[in-house]
Structures are given as structure tokens and as C-alpha cells.
Design a protein around this ligand. Structure first.
Ligand SMILES: NC(=O)c1ccc[n+]([C@@H]2O[C@H](COP(=O)([O-])OP(=O)(O)OC[C@H]3O[C@@H](n4cnc5c(N)ncnc54)[C@H](OP(=O)(O)O)[C@@H]3O)[C@@H](O)[C@H]2O)c1
Length: 224
């Protein structure tokens, strides 16, 4: 049994990760929304603003807060880039710095999130692609710095049906069009992304570190 901290475990991919772990592991969650979930230790906090609690021992950390701020460069203000960078990158760094000692003691595993938009240039993704490219660089650098102590891996999903992506999947027409854009003719469900996250948290992936793993329904790799 491991102890896993899921930052952003109240909804979306983080919630799916919590659901898949909670019966076999000790799960700790942070989010701004209070949780009534039974059997987990929840801390209601804003990861950017609040002091993070001391935790005696954790084996795994998943950082889920992120953004999909899709605008043309002319509409993106410098503040948009800063805000996206804060939630995607600086929040993750704050959490990793806080818990790197306890993670090191346990040969811990850290899972971070990128996006397909770092590999495939897509219009209006300048801000999120900038932040998520930083996450990929951060993970590779820390994977080297902490080799043998903490593993760092990144999951780069395509569109996943969560509250964050709700504006992209508002109605049947949008959903069908999103399915059609992908060579494998579908977008992701949160549980499918959670499956890969739980693999990276488990000992089955003990020799995998510094990787960026797309789950992309073919969109960055296949041309039909
Ligand atoms: N969904 C997609 O299509 C997609 C595609 C590519 C990449 N991703 C990436 O995958 C990751 C997970 O995405 P998701 O769709 O599951 O996101 P989501 O539905 O927005 O869930 C994010 C989670 O983070 C928490 N959170 C957000 N801001 C926080 C803060 N300041 N302090 C503490 N908790 C905070 C949220 O809870 P509260 O609101 O209660 O705080 C929620 O539990 C993100 O990094 C995202 O960029 C998602």
C-alpha cells in the first residue's frame, strides 16, 4: 500500500486517479473545493496562495491543476501567459519543492501533465503550449537530478472529457467534430488518463523516468 498525494483530486483526471487508487492505497488530496469523499485525507487549499501542510511520508505525487486558455496571440495578454505559467508550472514547482525530501525517502514517483499542443503546433495554443513545454523540461531536468531517488514522468493527453475541457465539448456537434479530428476517431475519458497515471505511480514503472508519454488518439503521430 502506498500513500499518494493528488493535487487537484476533486474533479476531472485527478478525481479519476483518486477513484482508481482509493481502495488499495492511502490517498491525500488538495483542492479549493471541500471534499466529502469518505476514506481520503483532504486539504481544502489553493495551491498557489496557501501554505502547504507538512506530510510525514508520501510515495507518489500527481499535480493536476492546469489550464486551457485558447486565444489568438493578439488577444492573449502578457498576464494570460503569467497566469497560465503560475497554475501549470509554478504551482507544480511549489509542491515538488515542499515534498521532495519525503518523496526521496520512499523512492517516490511524480506525475505531471502536459498536452499534445507541445508536439503539434495548433493555432491559439501559444500560452498553454508555452507552460506545458516548461513542464516537460522541468520533469526531464528533475528526473536527472533525482535519479535513483524520485522518478518524474509527464502525461500529454489530447482532449479529455473533464470540467476543464467542457467548453470544447459543449454539444453533440462539437463532440462529433472532436472525435473526427483524431485518427483513432475519439477523444479521451478521464479514467483512461488515470490508468496511465496509476501505472507511473506504481512499481511496475520503476525504471521509467524523464518520459513524456502522449495519449493522443493518434493526433500527434498518425496521418490518415
Ligand atoms: N482535459 C483536457 O482536455 C486536457 C488536455 C490536455 C492536458 N490536460 C491537463 O491535464 C491536467 C488535468 O486536467 P483536468 O481536465 O482534469 O482539469 P480540471 O477538470 O480543471 O481539474 C483540475 C483539478 O485541479 C484543482 N485545482 C485547480 N486549481 C487549483 C488550485 N489553485 N489549487 C488547488 N487545486 C486546484 C481543481 O479543483 P478545485 O477547482 O476544487 O480547486 C481540480 O480538482 C491539467 O494539467 C490539464 O492542463 C487536460
Amino acid at each position: 500500500m502506498k500513500t499518494i498525494l493528488v493535487v487537484g483530486g476533486s474533479k476531472g483526471i485527478g478525481k479519476a486517479i483518486v477513484d482508481s487508487l482509493k481502495n488499495e492505497h492511502t490517498v491525500i488530496t488538495f483542492s479549493r473545493t471541500p471534499s466529502e469523499e469518505i476514506g481520503i485525507e483532504h486539504h481544502t487549499l489553493d495551491v498557489l496562495k496557501d501554505t502547504l501542510p507538512d506530510l510525514d511520508s508520501i510515495d507518489g505525487l500527481v499535480y493536476c491543476p492546469g489550464s486551457i486558455n485558447l486565444k489568438s496571440l493578439t488577444r492573449l495578454k502578457e498576464e494570460d501567459f503569467e497566469e497560465d505559467f503560475r497554475i501549470n508550472v509554478l504551482g507544480a514547482i511549489k509542491v515538488i519543492k515542499k515534498y521532495e525530501k519525503v518523496l526521496s525517502q520512499n523512492n517516490g514517483s511524480v506525475v505531471l501533465f502536459s498536452t499534445v499542443a507541445t508536439k503539434l503546433g495548433m493555432p491559439f495554443h501559444a500560452s498553454v503550449a508555452t507552460s506545458k513545454s516548461a513542464i516537460e523540461g522541468l520533469a526531464k531536468s528533475l528526473a536527472a537530478e533525482y535519479a535513483t531517488k524520485i522518478r518524474f514522468n509527464v502525461i500529454a493527453p489530447t482532449v479529455t472529457e473533464t470540467p476543464l475541457a467542457a467548453r470544447l465539448l459543449r454539444n453533440d456537434k462539437q463532440k462529433l467534430s472532436m472525435q473526427d479530428r483524431h485518427p483513432l476517431k475519439d477523444y479521451l475519458q478521464a479514467e483512461e488518463v488515470a490508468t496511465l497515471a496509476t501505472y507511473f505511480l506504481s512499481d511496475a514503472s520503476r525504471l521509467i523516468s524523464g518520459q513524456v508519454m502522449p495519449i493522443d488518439a493518434g493526433i500527434t503521430t498518425l496521418k490518415l
